[in-house]
Design a protein around this ligand. Structure first.
Ligand code: IPM
Ligand code: MG
Length: 368
């Protein structure tokens, strides 16, 4: 297959991890006979400093014209000082890019590779069978609702954010959850804050309606606070979790601790229902941020980005065998004892970012 991939390195460690993602995708291309064409686009503080915009139009155009997008990270501490007059737009452009591309479904799988079980902060017996996926709504809710402002007036300061959802926005994301549950263990947890938030009252109503279309799926409606607790108490019970934007943001960082490290967590942001076969517009990124303190040190774990590449092959290109090859190779490299600093333990071999990427690319080329 001939496919075009937009590459957006962004800020901080973004360029370092994206380079390893591209390296591994190239290895897949040569092994399986696909032609991947990579084109770089600017985003984040890096783009703002060069041309005064965090998300230049050229980047949006490039992403829309490509078959998929590989994204690194955005964020620069220089701009994270309250009260600054000039700074890159909210979310350094990534929030608007998701919206402009219609990427409403954010898939965040939480799976612990058995060989790194000891790096989890939780007891091995609690995390040993963790395998769930968070389906986060990505283009609605409090991230986007208007009014949204910080008001400075002589009487004092106040601020407002608005959470807003239409039934259609809820229905389409809940459907993504049910479709995924169908090809997994047939269990769905819909997460809300019922009876406190009006958006959650609507969320639950719609989720119950959609559930009627999927009688084969076991459904549980959980409050977000209870869900946060259950992640630590009984994480292996979950299969598919579907929730709104902000809850999904918070729960997925929490869940990354089950998988050992943020550096192990890939994600896919899609414009439709994933089927594994179709050509779906998508943006693929590690869930971690730009990690400024680790920047330029060749130490950050590139596995989240490399696994995001596997998700791209599966969901945007329908290349299941190739996606599986990346995942199996990551598993193998971990089993052989190779680690980055964040998942390091006694007796293991520590690698830097580019060495980990090289190792995965090399083993992938050699796999049967
Ligand atoms: C994420 C991040 C983003 C979000 C930031 C960088 C805007 O935390 O993808 O989880 O809040 O969605
Ligand atoms: Mg987040």
């Amino acid at each position: 297959m001939k496919l075009s991939i937009a590459v957006l390195p962004g800020d901080g460690v973004g360029p370092e991890i994206v380079a390893e993602g591209v390296k591994v995708l190239k290895a897949v291309g040569s092994k399986f006979g696909h032609e991947f064409r990579f084109s770089d686009g600017m985003i984040g503080a890096a783009a703002y400093e060069k041309i005064g915009e965090a998300l230049p139009k050229a980047t949006v155009d490039l992403c829309k014209a490509s078959d998929a997008v590989l994204f690194g990270a955005v964020g620069e501490p220089r701009y994270e000082v309250p009260g600054l007059k000039e700074r890159p737009e909210r979310g350094y452009g990534i929030i608007r890019l998701r919206k402009e591309m219609g990427l409403f479904a954010n898939l965040r799988p939480v799976k612990l590779f058995p060989s790194v079980i000891s790096t989890s902060h939780l007891k091995p017996e609690i995390v040993s069978n963790v395998d769930f996926i968070i389906v986060r709504e990505l283009t609605g809710g409090i991230y986007f609702g208007e009014p949204k402002e910080l008001i400075r007036s002589p009487e004092g300061r106040s601020a407002v954010d608005s959470m807003r959802y239409s039934e259609e926005e809820i229905r389409r994301i809940v459907r993504v959850g049910f479709e995924l549950a169908r090809v997994r263990r047939k269990k769905l947890t819909s997460v809300d804050k019922f009876q406190i938030l009006k958006c959650s009252d609507l969320w639950r109503e719609v989720a119950i309606e959609v559930a009627a279309e999927y009688p084969d799926i076991e459904v549980e409606h959980a409050l977000v606070d209870y869900c946060a607790m259950s992640f630590i108490q009984r994480p292996a019970d979950f299969d598919v979790i579907v929730t709104e934007n902000l809850f999904g943001d918070i729960l997925s960082d929490e869940a990354s601790m089950l998988a050992g490290s943020l550096g192990m967590m890939p994600s896919a942001s899609l414009a439709g229902i994933p089927s594994g076969g179709g050509k779906l517009a998508g943006l693929y990124e590690p869930i971690h941020g730009s990690a400024p303190r680790r920047t330029g040190l060749n130490m950050i774990n590139p596995i989240a980005t490399i696994l995001s590449g596997a998700m791209m092959l599966r969901y945007s290109f329908g290349l299941t065998k190739e996606a599986q090859a990346i995942e199996n190779t990551v598993d193998q490299v971990l089993k052989e004892g190779y680690r980055t600093y964040d998942i390091m333990s006694d007796g293991m071999t520590k690698l830097g970012t580019s060495e980990m990427g090289d190792m995965i690319a090399k083993k992938l080329a050699a796999c049967p």
